[in-house]
Design a protein around this ligand. Structure first.
Ligand SMILES: *[C@@H]1O[C@H](CO)[C@@H](O)[C@H](O)[C@H]1NC(C)=O
Ligand SMILES: *[C@@H]1O[C@H](CO)[C@@H](O)[C@H](O)[C@H]1NC(C)=O
Ligand SMILES: *[C@@H]1O[C@H](CO)[C@@H](O)[C@H](O)[C@H]1NC(C)=O
Ligand SMILES: *[C@@H]1O[C@H](CO)[C@@H](O)[C@H](O)[C@H]1NC(C)=O
Length: 392
């Protein structure tokens, strides 16, 4: 109940307080109705156990064990830069909601727009957001596509706003988007669509100063903070690294720095609008010396595991381990790693997932999300762990 969708009752309360004509009984009835609305529109109150499903991951949507999730993000719709409307890459998007609700009728689905498409994709968002008319076309199209395909919400993955102009225009976009969502709900009589986003988790990834924090707080149900990919072989060739540490006693960047220092203390987005990212994948390095295999051991750039390559998903890392790799959990950084010969992989296993989810709960975040559910093993080990640590 403390979480979000607070704007619905707040707006109505304001109207009510300004009216002198309400009788006590009408007032009582309205309060009761508001409370019902409040609870029914606030199904995220138990928190967000989120997971992205990527349509090209190899995992069929029907194979997702949705019982471990409250929210599933269907990724990704594209932005057509000619029309400023959104397009779906696959017909499976149209049946996604019905499919994942078979195992969990209460699970909510959000259509995720954009993704990690680099500067080309980012510039499409930047251009769309510049003009009032293109923003309106985009917003109307997103709502129409969400409703036509039975999604409960929309998720903006603009990776990343990268200038003060982007910041201003993203702020306009979010204000106008929420207004349009409210209006659509009023007209259709349906529950408002949820509005979330995936955002940079650290200045190490992309500058956080270009996010319109106030517009995010005012208009979004929550944001998924991508506190992963912080230390990867591309940038750190010479030594093994924790790719997504929760803590970093000897450096600046970490999950807790991104969430607590940057998003909460500096940008002032309340904790109950933030979900922490859990990577269901890792990064491989090549060790200089097979016998020196700790964190920050000498490395010769990226490595590769037999099945999974240089950015293996968890299920591939488990095979590597089942085939003899040694595993270590380092609780100082909150990272797992494993190694065999000169191949070394930093990743998240049950211990780091547990610790991150406990952290999220302890500081009052709305929940967590995984990228991406197809990376989990066949027993849904990480999804199950995160869900049980978060609790019902
Ligand atoms: C364009 O959008 C901005 C931001 O929402 C608004 O302030 C301005 O009035 C709009 N201009 C027109 C011509 O509608
Ligand atoms: C890695 O090592 C190379 C050669 O030893 C050196 O030139 C380079 O600066 C090092 N890079 C980093 C990021 O430490
Ligand atoms: C984690 O790794 C760092 C760097 O090697 C080390 O200093 C620290 O003691 C390790 N933490 C634990 C709990 O082993
Ligand atoms: C999944 O669980 C089964 C039964 O509990 C176990 O035998 C199997 O090894 C597990 N597989 C993985 C990939 O963990």
């Amino acid at each position: 109940m403390k979480y979000q969708n607070l704007y619905t009752p707040y707006t109505k309360k304001k109207t009510m307080a300004n009216s002198n004509t309400l009788s006590l009984s009408t007032f009582t009835i309205i309060v009761l109705v508001l409370q019902l609305n409040f609870f029914s529109s606030n199904a995220e109150a138990a928190g967000v156990k989120g997971g992205y499903w990527y349509y090209d991951s190899g995992l069929d949507a029907s194979a997702i064990d949705s019982s471990y999730f409250t929210h599933l993000f269907c990724a990704f719709a594209d932005l057509d830069s000619n029309t400023n409307k959104i397009t779906l890459p696959s017909s499976t998007f149209s049946t996604f909601t019905q499919t994942v609700q078979k195992k969990n009728p209460a699970v909510k689905t959000l259509l995720s727009i954009g993704g990690g498409g680099g500067p080309t994709l980012a510039s499409k968002f930047s251009t769309m957001a510049k003009q009032n008319s293109s923003r309106k076309t985009f917003i109307d199209s997103s709502i129409q596509v969400a409703r036509a395909n039975n999604f409960h919400g929309l998720d903006l993955d603009w990776e990343y706003p990268n200038s003060n102009t982007d910041k201003t225009n993203l702020g306009f976009l979010l204000n106008e988007w929420r207004a349009a969502i409210k209006q659509e709900a009023r007209i259709s009589g349906k529950t408002q669509l949820l509005l979330s986003g995936a955002v940079s988790g650290s200045n190490q990834i992309s500058p956080l100063q270009y996010y319109p924090a106030q517009a995010i707080t005012n208009n979004m149900d929550w944001i998924n903070v991508m506190v992963y990919d912080l230390f990867i072989p591309d940038g750190y060739r010479n030594s093994t690294q924790p790719p997504a540490p929760l803590y970093n006693p000897t450096g600046i960047f970490s999950g807790s720095e991104g969430i607590n220092v940057s998003w909460i203390n500096q940008l002032k987005v309340p904790p109950n609008k933030l979900a922490i990212g859990l990577p269901f994948y890792g990064y491989a390095w090549t060790l200089v010396n097979a016998n020196v295999h700790g964190l920050f051991a000498g490395a010769n750039g990226a490595g590769s595991i037999p099945s999974g390559g240089s950015t293996p998903v968890y299920r591939d890392i488990r095979s590597f381990i089942n085939n003899g790799a040694q595993t270590v959990y380092n609780s100082t950084y909150v990272t797992n790693y494993c190694y065999s010969g000169t191949t070394w992989v930093g990743y998240d296993d049950t211990q780091s997932v547990s610790s991150k989810v406990s952290y999220a709960k302890s500081i009052g975040l709305i929940g967590y999300f995984a990228w991406q559910v197809g990376g989990d093993d066949n027993n849904w080990t990480l999804s199950k762990t995160a869900s049980s640590i978060w609790g019902p």
